[in-house]
Design a protein around this ligand. Structure first.
Ligand code: UDX
Length: 439
Protein backbone atom coordinates (compact mmCIF):
# COMPACT_ATOMS: atom_id res chain seq x y z
CA UNK A 1 0.00 0.00 0.00
CA UNK A 2 1.49 3.32 -1.08
CA UNK A 3 0.42 6.50 0.65
CA UNK A 4 0.72 10.06 -0.66
CA UNK A 5 0.46 12.87 1.87
CA UNK A 6 -0.28 16.24 0.27
CA UNK A 7 0.86 19.10 2.49
CA UNK A 8 3.73 18.90 4.98
CA UNK A 9 2.39 21.36 7.50
CA UNK A 10 1.62 20.28 10.99
CA UNK A 11 -1.02 17.64 10.30
CA UNK A 12 0.54 16.34 7.07
CA UNK A 13 4.03 15.92 8.44
CA UNK A 14 3.00 14.22 11.67
CA UNK A 15 0.56 11.93 9.83
CA UNK A 16 3.01 11.11 7.04
CA UNK A 17 5.81 10.23 9.45
CA UNK A 18 3.48 8.13 11.61
CA UNK A 19 2.04 6.20 8.65
CA UNK A 20 5.63 5.37 7.66
CA UNK A 21 6.14 4.23 11.25
CA UNK A 22 3.14 1.92 10.75
CA UNK A 23 5.21 0.32 7.96
CA UNK A 24 3.70 1.90 4.84
CA UNK A 25 5.59 3.47 1.96
CA UNK A 26 4.84 7.19 2.34
CA UNK A 27 5.64 10.10 0.03
CA UNK A 28 5.04 13.55 1.47
CA UNK A 29 4.46 16.31 -1.06
CA UNK A 30 4.67 20.06 -0.61
CA UNK A 31 4.68 22.92 -3.09
CA UNK A 32 7.31 24.76 -1.09
CA UNK A 33 10.75 23.57 -2.28
CA UNK A 34 12.52 25.09 0.74
CA UNK A 35 10.47 22.93 3.14
CA UNK A 36 11.01 19.80 1.03
CA UNK A 37 14.77 20.41 0.87
CA UNK A 38 14.96 20.70 4.64
CA UNK A 39 12.90 17.55 5.14
CA UNK A 40 15.02 15.66 2.60
CA UNK A 41 18.07 16.69 4.59
CA UNK A 42 16.47 15.12 7.67
CA UNK A 43 15.59 18.43 9.31
CA UNK A 44 12.22 18.55 11.08
CA UNK A 45 10.42 21.73 10.04
CA UNK A 46 8.14 21.97 13.06
CA UNK A 47 8.83 21.61 16.76
CA UNK A 48 7.06 18.48 17.93
CA UNK A 49 8.42 16.15 20.60
CA UNK A 50 9.39 12.71 19.25
CA UNK A 51 8.93 13.58 15.58
CA UNK A 52 12.63 13.94 14.73
CA UNK A 53 13.51 10.39 15.78
CA UNK A 54 10.63 8.87 13.83
CA UNK A 55 11.40 10.94 10.75
CA UNK A 56 15.03 10.00 10.88
CA UNK A 57 14.41 6.29 11.30
CA UNK A 58 11.74 5.97 8.61
CA UNK A 59 13.61 8.11 6.10
CA UNK A 60 16.77 6.04 6.62
CA UNK A 61 14.77 2.84 6.16
CA UNK A 62 13.46 4.23 2.86
CA UNK A 63 9.79 4.20 3.85
CA UNK A 64 9.48 7.98 3.95
CA UNK A 65 10.38 10.32 1.11
CA UNK A 66 9.72 13.99 0.39
CA UNK A 67 9.09 15.65 -2.95
CA UNK A 68 7.52 18.65 -4.67
CA UNK A 69 6.28 16.43 -7.51
CA UNK A 70 2.60 15.87 -6.78
CA UNK A 71 1.62 14.36 -10.13
CA UNK A 72 4.19 11.55 -10.14
CA UNK A 73 3.53 10.74 -6.47
CA UNK A 74 -0.24 10.64 -6.86
CA UNK A 75 -0.07 8.55 -10.05
CA UNK A 76 1.54 5.76 -8.03
CA UNK A 77 -0.44 6.07 -4.77
CA UNK A 78 -3.24 3.82 -3.48
CA UNK A 79 -4.33 6.23 -0.75
CA UNK A 80 -3.94 10.01 -1.14
CA UNK A 81 -4.32 12.16 1.96
CA UNK A 82 -5.02 15.87 1.60
CA UNK A 83 -3.57 17.73 4.58
CA UNK A 84 -3.29 21.28 3.28
CA UNK A 85 -4.29 24.36 5.29
CA UNK A 86 -7.84 25.67 5.68
CA UNK A 87 -7.25 29.13 7.15
CA UNK A 88 -10.04 31.45 8.31
CA UNK A 89 -11.26 33.63 5.48
CA UNK A 90 -10.96 37.29 6.36
CA UNK A 91 -14.24 38.95 7.21
CA UNK A 92 -16.73 36.11 7.57
CA UNK A 93 -14.60 33.57 9.50
CA UNK A 94 -15.53 30.80 7.06
CA UNK A 95 -12.83 28.27 6.24
CA UNK A 96 -10.94 29.16 3.07
CA UNK A 97 -10.98 26.07 0.84
CA UNK A 98 -8.78 27.31 -1.99
CA UNK A 99 -5.85 25.04 -1.07
CA UNK A 100 -8.15 22.01 -0.80
CA UNK A 101 -9.63 22.74 -4.22
CA UNK A 102 -6.23 23.28 -5.81
CA UNK A 103 -4.94 19.98 -4.37
CA UNK A 104 -8.11 18.15 -5.47
CA UNK A 105 -7.73 19.43 -9.04
CA UNK A 106 -4.11 18.30 -9.26
CA UNK A 107 -4.96 14.92 -7.74
CA UNK A 108 -7.87 14.44 -10.14
CA UNK A 109 -5.57 15.02 -13.11
CA UNK A 110 -2.95 12.50 -11.97
CA UNK A 111 -4.63 9.75 -9.87
CA UNK A 112 -4.82 6.14 -10.96
CA UNK A 113 -8.19 4.32 -11.09
CA UNK A 114 -9.59 3.13 -7.72
CA UNK A 115 -7.50 5.58 -5.74
CA UNK A 116 -8.79 6.46 -2.28
CA UNK A 117 -8.75 10.21 -1.62
CA UNK A 118 -8.87 11.20 2.02
CA UNK A 119 -9.35 14.72 3.36
CA UNK A 120 -7.52 15.08 6.67
CA UNK A 121 -7.66 18.86 6.78
CA UNK A 122 -10.48 20.29 8.89
CA UNK A 123 -13.24 21.18 6.44
CA UNK A 124 -16.77 22.43 6.89
CA UNK A 125 -19.67 20.09 6.38
CA UNK A 126 -20.37 19.42 2.74
CA UNK A 127 -16.78 19.87 1.56
CA UNK A 128 -16.02 16.19 1.06
CA UNK A 129 -19.13 15.74 -1.06
CA UNK A 130 -18.25 18.87 -3.09
CA UNK A 131 -14.67 17.73 -3.61
CA UNK A 132 -15.93 14.30 -4.63
CA UNK A 133 -18.18 15.88 -7.26
CA UNK A 134 -15.34 18.12 -8.43
CA UNK A 135 -12.97 15.19 -8.94
CA UNK A 136 -15.68 13.06 -10.61
CA UNK A 137 -16.31 15.90 -13.05
CA UNK A 138 -12.62 16.30 -13.82
CA UNK A 139 -12.09 12.54 -14.42
CA UNK A 140 -15.43 11.17 -15.67
CA UNK A 141 -15.58 7.38 -15.72
CA UNK A 142 -12.58 6.89 -13.41
CA UNK A 143 -13.54 5.11 -10.17
CA UNK A 144 -12.25 6.52 -6.87
CA UNK A 145 -13.34 6.61 -3.22
CA UNK A 146 -13.76 9.70 -1.10
CA UNK A 147 -13.02 9.57 2.63
CA UNK A 148 -13.15 12.15 5.40
CA UNK A 149 -10.66 11.38 8.16
CA UNK A 150 -10.40 14.33 10.56
CA UNK A 151 -7.48 14.45 12.97
CA UNK A 152 -7.59 15.21 16.67
CA UNK A 153 -3.86 15.83 17.20
CA UNK A 154 -2.80 18.22 19.92
CA UNK A 155 0.32 20.21 19.28
CA UNK A 156 3.06 19.15 21.63
CA UNK A 157 1.73 15.60 21.87
CA UNK A 158 0.77 15.01 18.25
CA UNK A 159 2.94 11.92 17.73
CA UNK A 160 1.54 10.29 20.84
CA UNK A 161 -2.00 11.30 19.83
CA UNK A 162 -1.51 9.80 16.37
CA UNK A 163 -0.08 6.54 17.64
CA UNK A 164 -2.50 6.23 20.57
CA UNK A 165 -5.73 8.06 19.73
CA UNK A 166 -8.97 7.81 21.72
CA UNK A 167 -10.72 6.94 18.46
CA UNK A 168 -10.33 7.19 14.70
CA UNK A 169 -13.16 8.85 12.79
CA UNK A 170 -13.69 7.87 9.19
CA UNK A 171 -16.45 9.22 6.96
CA UNK A 172 -16.95 7.18 3.80
CA UNK A 173 -19.00 7.21 0.67
CA UNK A 174 -18.46 3.59 -0.29
CA UNK A 175 -17.17 0.34 1.17
CA UNK A 176 -13.86 0.56 -0.69
CA UNK A 177 -13.04 3.70 1.32
CA UNK A 178 -13.84 1.94 4.60
CA UNK A 179 -11.69 -1.07 3.66
CA UNK A 180 -8.72 1.16 2.81
CA UNK A 181 -9.03 3.03 6.11
CA UNK A 182 -9.18 -0.21 8.08
CA UNK A 183 -5.91 -1.19 6.39
CA UNK A 184 -4.04 2.06 7.01
CA UNK A 185 -5.09 2.13 10.67
CA UNK A 186 -4.67 -1.61 11.27
CA UNK A 187 -1.80 -1.15 13.77
CA UNK A 188 -4.19 0.90 15.92
CA UNK A 189 -7.00 -1.54 16.13
CA UNK A 190 -4.59 -4.18 17.23
CA UNK A 191 -4.52 -1.85 20.25
CA UNK A 192 -8.31 -1.90 20.27
CA UNK A 193 -8.65 1.71 19.26
CA UNK A 194 -12.28 2.20 18.19
CA UNK A 195 -12.82 3.23 14.59
CA UNK A 196 -16.04 5.11 13.91
CA UNK A 197 -17.05 4.49 10.31
CA UNK A 198 -19.77 6.95 9.36
CA UNK A 199 -20.91 9.28 6.59
CA UNK A 200 -18.78 12.04 5.07
CA UNK A 201 -21.05 14.67 6.63
CA UNK A 202 -20.99 13.14 10.11
CA UNK A 203 -17.20 12.96 10.09
CA UNK A 204 -16.96 16.64 9.16
CA UNK A 205 -19.41 17.65 11.88
CA UNK A 206 -17.70 15.43 14.49
CA UNK A 207 -14.42 17.26 14.06
CA UNK A 208 -15.94 20.73 14.46
CA UNK A 209 -18.30 19.74 17.24
CA UNK A 210 -15.43 18.16 19.22
CA UNK A 211 -13.26 21.26 18.98
CA UNK A 212 -16.19 23.60 19.61
CA UNK A 213 -17.14 21.65 22.73
CA UNK A 214 -13.59 21.73 24.10
CA UNK A 215 -13.27 25.45 23.38
CA UNK A 216 -16.61 25.96 25.15
CA UNK A 217 -15.35 24.00 28.15
CA UNK A 218 -12.28 26.22 28.45
CA UNK A 219 -14.41 29.34 28.04
CA UNK A 220 -16.84 28.10 30.66
CA UNK A 221 -14.13 27.57 33.28
CA UNK A 222 -12.65 30.97 32.42
CA UNK A 223 -15.98 32.58 33.29
CA UNK A 224 -16.18 30.51 36.49
CA UNK A 225 -12.73 31.91 37.30
CA UNK A 226 -14.08 35.46 36.95
CA UNK A 227 -16.85 34.61 39.37
CA UNK A 228 -14.39 33.03 41.82
CA UNK A 229 -12.28 36.18 41.78
CA UNK A 230 -15.24 38.38 42.67
CA UNK A 231 -16.65 35.97 45.24
CA UNK A 232 -13.39 34.99 46.93
CA UNK A 233 -13.44 31.45 45.54
CA UNK A 234 -10.73 29.28 44.03
CA UNK A 235 -11.32 28.02 40.49
CA UNK A 236 -8.88 25.13 40.84
CA UNK A 237 -10.84 23.69 43.76
CA UNK A 238 -14.09 24.20 41.90
CA UNK A 239 -12.74 22.64 38.66
CA UNK A 240 -11.35 19.65 40.51
CA UNK A 241 -14.63 18.91 42.21
CA UNK A 242 -16.89 19.39 39.19
CA UNK A 243 -14.47 17.42 37.02
CA UNK A 244 -14.91 14.36 39.24
CA UNK A 245 -18.41 14.05 37.87
CA UNK A 246 -17.81 11.68 34.94
CA UNK A 247 -20.42 13.49 32.90
CA UNK A 248 -18.26 16.64 33.08
CA UNK A 249 -14.75 15.14 33.11
CA UNK A 250 -11.61 16.66 34.58
CA UNK A 251 -9.79 17.68 31.40
CA UNK A 252 -9.91 21.12 29.78
CA UNK A 253 -10.93 22.82 32.98
CA UNK A 254 -7.80 24.93 33.44
CA UNK A 255 -8.65 28.60 33.59
CA UNK A 256 -6.25 30.88 31.74
CA UNK A 257 -5.85 33.88 29.46
CA UNK A 258 -8.18 32.48 26.76
CA UNK A 259 -7.63 29.73 24.23
CA UNK A 260 -5.39 30.19 21.20
CA UNK A 261 -3.63 28.04 18.64
CA UNK A 262 -4.14 26.99 15.08
CA UNK A 263 -7.38 25.10 15.70
CA UNK A 264 -9.77 26.33 18.37
CA UNK A 265 -10.06 29.99 17.26
CA UNK A 266 -10.28 29.11 13.56
CA UNK A 267 -12.58 26.14 14.02
CA UNK A 268 -15.02 27.87 16.37
CA UNK A 269 -15.30 30.77 13.90
CA UNK A 270 -15.84 28.40 10.98
CA UNK A 271 -18.35 26.33 12.93
CA UNK A 272 -20.33 29.44 13.88
CA UNK A 273 -20.18 30.64 10.26
CA UNK A 274 -21.52 27.28 9.03
CA UNK A 275 -24.38 27.53 11.52
CA UNK A 276 -25.28 30.97 10.17
CA UNK A 277 -25.04 29.81 6.59
CA UNK A 278 -27.24 26.75 7.13
CA UNK A 279 -29.71 28.73 9.24
CA UNK A 280 -28.91 26.62 12.29
CA UNK A 281 -27.41 29.31 14.53
CA UNK A 282 -24.75 27.95 16.90
CA UNK A 283 -25.43 30.65 19.47
CA UNK A 284 -23.34 29.08 22.22
CA UNK A 285 -20.26 28.92 20.04
CA UNK A 286 -20.86 32.44 18.69
CA UNK A 287 -20.65 33.54 22.32
CA UNK A 288 -17.55 31.44 22.95
CA UNK A 289 -15.79 33.19 20.07
CA UNK A 290 -16.57 36.67 21.35
CA UNK A 291 -16.01 35.89 25.05
CA UNK A 292 -12.58 34.50 24.21
CA UNK A 293 -11.61 37.57 22.16
CA UNK A 294 -12.71 39.85 24.96
CA UNK A 295 -10.88 37.75 27.54
CA UNK A 296 -7.49 38.33 25.95
CA UNK A 297 -8.10 42.08 26.01
CA UNK A 298 -9.27 42.02 29.61
CA UNK A 299 -6.08 40.17 30.64
CA UNK A 300 -4.04 43.04 29.19
CA UNK A 301 -6.27 45.54 31.00
CA UNK A 302 -5.56 43.85 34.35
CA UNK A 303 -1.84 44.24 33.84
CA UNK A 304 -2.12 47.83 32.61
CA UNK A 305 -4.24 48.76 35.60
CA UNK A 306 -1.68 47.31 38.02
CA UNK A 307 1.14 49.05 36.14
CA UNK A 308 -0.59 52.41 36.36
CA UNK A 309 -1.37 51.95 40.03
CA UNK A 310 2.24 51.10 40.92
CA UNK A 311 4.00 53.37 38.42
CA UNK A 312 5.44 50.40 36.54
CA UNK A 313 7.09 51.07 33.16
CA UNK A 314 8.43 47.66 32.15
CA UNK A 315 6.78 44.22 31.91
CA UNK A 316 8.57 40.89 31.52
CA UNK A 317 6.51 38.41 29.50
CA UNK A 318 7.31 34.73 29.99
CA UNK A 319 5.92 32.58 27.18
CA UNK A 320 4.70 33.56 23.73
CA UNK A 321 3.66 30.15 22.33
CA UNK A 322 -0.08 29.47 22.65
CA UNK A 323 0.78 26.52 24.89
CA UNK A 324 3.92 24.68 26.02
CA UNK A 325 5.98 22.25 23.91
CA UNK A 326 5.34 24.03 20.65
CA UNK A 327 6.89 26.94 18.78
CA UNK A 328 3.46 27.76 17.36
CA UNK A 329 2.26 31.26 18.17
CA UNK A 330 -0.86 31.31 15.99
CA UNK A 331 -3.63 33.23 17.77
CA UNK A 332 -1.67 33.02 21.00
CA UNK A 333 -3.05 35.33 23.72
CA UNK A 334 0.45 36.89 23.87
CA UNK A 335 -0.04 38.38 20.40
CA UNK A 336 -3.07 40.35 21.59
CA UNK A 337 -1.77 41.17 25.04
CA UNK A 338 1.74 42.44 24.23
CA UNK A 339 0.68 45.13 21.69
CA UNK A 340 -1.95 46.38 24.16
CA UNK A 341 0.70 46.70 26.88
CA UNK A 342 2.95 48.58 24.47
CA UNK A 343 0.09 50.84 23.41
CA UNK A 344 -0.40 51.71 27.07
CA UNK A 345 3.22 52.91 27.16
CA UNK A 346 4.80 49.85 28.79
CA UNK A 347 8.06 48.43 27.53
CA UNK A 348 8.09 44.66 27.08
CA UNK A 349 10.96 42.25 27.69
CA UNK A 350 10.14 38.70 26.70
CA UNK A 351 11.35 35.12 26.69
CA UNK A 352 10.07 31.89 25.18
CA UNK A 353 12.04 28.63 25.00
CA UNK A 354 11.01 27.87 21.39
CA UNK A 355 8.79 30.54 19.88
CA UNK A 356 11.11 33.54 19.72
CA UNK A 357 11.90 33.21 15.99
CA UNK A 358 8.23 33.08 15.06
CA UNK A 359 7.36 35.84 17.51
CA UNK A 360 10.01 38.20 16.15
CA UNK A 361 8.21 38.17 12.78
CA UNK A 362 4.96 39.52 14.20
CA UNK A 363 5.79 41.47 17.36
CA UNK A 364 7.79 44.67 17.17
CA UNK A 365 9.53 46.70 19.83
CA UNK A 366 10.04 43.73 22.18
CA UNK A 367 13.37 43.22 23.97
CA UNK A 368 14.07 39.53 23.52
CA UNK A 369 15.90 37.76 26.32
CA UNK A 370 17.78 34.48 26.53
CA UNK A 371 16.25 33.28 29.76
CA UNK A 372 13.36 33.96 32.10
CA UNK A 373 15.78 35.46 34.62
CA UNK A 374 17.22 37.84 32.05
CA UNK A 375 13.68 38.88 31.07
CA UNK A 376 12.60 39.77 34.59
CA UNK A 377 15.67 41.94 35.24
CA UNK A 378 14.50 45.45 36.01
CA UNK A 379 10.84 44.66 35.24
CA UNK A 380 8.11 46.08 37.45
CA UNK A 381 5.67 43.31 36.52
CA UNK A 382 6.32 39.72 35.45
CA UNK A 383 3.57 38.20 33.32
CA UNK A 384 3.58 34.42 32.91
CA UNK A 385 1.56 33.57 29.80
CA UNK A 386 2.57 30.02 28.79
CA UNK A 387 3.05 27.18 31.26
CA UNK A 388 6.40 25.90 29.93
CA UNK A 389 8.12 23.57 32.40
CA UNK A 390 11.02 26.00 32.79
CA UNK A 391 8.56 28.56 34.18
CA UNK A 392 7.05 26.06 36.60
CA UNK A 393 10.26 25.76 38.56
CA UNK A 394 11.50 29.32 38.73
CA UNK A 395 13.40 30.41 41.82
CA UNK A 396 10.86 33.07 42.77
CA UNK A 397 13.15 34.67 45.35
CA UNK A 398 15.69 35.19 42.58
CA UNK A 399 12.96 36.51 40.28
CA UNK A 400 11.86 38.99 42.96
CA UNK A 401 15.43 40.14 43.57
CA UNK A 402 16.08 40.72 39.88
CA UNK A 403 12.86 42.66 39.33
CA UNK A 404 12.50 46.35 39.89
CA UNK A 405 8.94 45.92 41.16
CA UNK A 406 7.24 43.01 42.88
CA UNK A 407 4.15 42.07 40.87
CA UNK A 408 3.74 38.61 39.36
CA UNK A 409 0.77 37.87 37.10
CA UNK A 410 0.56 34.11 36.64
CA UNK A 411 -2.20 33.64 34.06
CA UNK A 412 -1.69 29.85 34.00
CA UNK A 413 -2.01 29.24 37.75
CA UNK A 414 1.40 27.57 37.86
CA UNK A 415 2.29 28.64 41.39
CA UNK A 416 0.49 28.46 44.70
CA UNK A 417 0.66 29.71 48.28
CA UNK A 418 3.86 28.14 49.62
CA UNK A 419 5.82 28.97 46.44
CA UNK A 420 5.34 32.62 47.22
CA UNK A 421 6.41 32.47 50.86
CA UNK A 422 9.24 34.85 51.62
CA UNK A 423 9.44 36.22 48.08
CA UNK A 424 7.72 39.55 48.76
CA UNK A 425 5.87 39.15 45.45
CA UNK A 426 2.33 40.42 44.96
CA UNK A 427 0.85 37.42 43.20
CA UNK A 428 -2.11 37.65 40.83
CA UNK A 429 -3.43 34.46 39.26
CA UNK A 430 -6.65 33.44 37.52
CA UNK A 431 -9.75 32.72 39.56
CA UNK A 432 -7.81 32.46 42.82
CA UNK A 433 -7.24 34.85 45.71
CA UNK A 434 -4.58 37.53 45.47
CA UNK A 435 -1.50 36.76 47.56
CA UNK A 436 0.91 39.18 49.13
CA UNK A 437 -0.61 42.60 48.72
CA UNK A 438 0.55 44.71 51.66
CA UNK A 439 -2.48 45.50 53.84
C1 UDX B 1 -6.72 21.25 19.74
C2 UDX B 1 -7.49 19.96 20.05
O1 UDX B 1 -7.22 19.54 21.40
C3 UDX B 1 -7.12 18.87 19.06
O2 UDX B 1 -7.90 17.71 19.31
C4 UDX B 1 -7.37 19.39 17.66
O3 UDX B 1 -6.99 18.45 16.69
C5 UDX B 1 -6.62 20.68 17.41
O4 UDX B 1 -6.98 21.64 18.41
P1 UDX B 1 -4.26 22.19 20.18
O5 UDX B 1 -4.69 23.41 19.43
O6 UDX B 1 -2.94 21.59 19.85
O7 UDX B 1 -5.34 21.01 19.96
O8 UDX B 1 -4.23 22.57 21.71
P2 UDX B 1 -5.01 22.22 23.05
O9 UDX B 1 -4.10 21.52 23.96
O10 UDX B 1 -6.31 21.60 22.78
O11 UDX B 1 -5.22 23.70 23.64
C6 UDX B 1 -5.93 24.70 22.91
C7 UDX B 1 -5.95 26.01 23.67
O12 UDX B 1 -6.79 25.91 24.81
C8 UDX B 1 -4.58 26.47 24.19
O13 UDX B 1 -4.49 27.86 24.02
C9 UDX B 1 -4.62 26.09 25.65
O14 UDX B 1 -3.78 26.90 26.43
C10 UDX B 1 -6.08 26.32 25.97
N1 UDX B 1 -6.53 25.52 27.11
C11 UDX B 1 -6.64 24.16 27.00
C12 UDX B 1 -6.88 26.16 28.30
O15 UDX B 1 -6.78 27.39 28.42
N2 UDX B 1 -7.34 25.40 29.32
C13 UDX B 1 -7.47 24.05 29.24
O16 UDX B 1 -7.92 23.43 30.24
C14 UDX B 1 -7.10 23.40 28.05
Amino acid sequence: MKIAMIGTGYVGLVSGVCFAEFGFQVTCVDKNPAIIERLQAGEVTIFEPGLDDLLDRNAKDGRLVFTTDLATTVADADVIFIAVGTPSRRGDGEADLQYIHAAADEIAAAMKPDAVIVIKSTVVVGTNADVRARIAKARPGVAFSMVSNPEFLREGSAVEDFLRPDRVVVGVHDEAGAIAMRRVYRPLYLRETPMIVTTLENAEIIKYAANAFLAMKVTFINEVADLCEKAGGNVQDVARAIGMDNRIGSKFLHAGPGFGGSCFPKDTRAYAATGRKLDAPQTLIEQVVSINEQRKRSMAERVIEAAQKHGVKSVAVLGIAFKPNTDDIRESPALDIIPLLQKAGLTVRAHDPEARTAAEQVLSGVNWCKSAYEAVEGAGITLLLTEWNVYRALDLKRVASLMDGNILFDLRNVYSGQDLDGTGLEYHSVGRPLIGRPS
